[in-house]
Write a protein of this length. Structure first.
Length: 87
């Protein structure tokens, strides 16, 4: 019976150890997940800022191209009018 009690005691110790390890792992995993979510959130914020910058720059370039196009249209019209006057 003494051997039986020892086995039971070892099983109980293992169960307790496993429970503690699982709890420790769960807490550790939760901490790791929280850190990963924080890092992911940080990276997404950085990407969002970069995309906002690129969008603004693209809008600025688009506006400048429209101005350039309008300017070219006006110059062409002036040249055309001058050519018509010369003839």
């Amino acid at each position: 019976m003494a051997g039986f009690d020892n086995n039971k005691s070892n099983q109980d110790d293992t169960t307790c150890d496993n429970d503690i390890d699982i709890t420790d792992q769960d807490v550790s995993n939760d901490d790791n997940m929280s850190e990963e979510y924080y890092l992911l959130d940080s990276k997404l914020d950085e990407l969002n800022s970069a995309l906002d910058f690129l969008e603004k720059r693209t809008d600025d370039i688009h506006e400048k191209l429209k101005e350039l196009l309008q300017s070219n249209i006006e110059i062409r019209n002036e040249l055309r009018n001058e050519n018509m006057k010369s003839n």
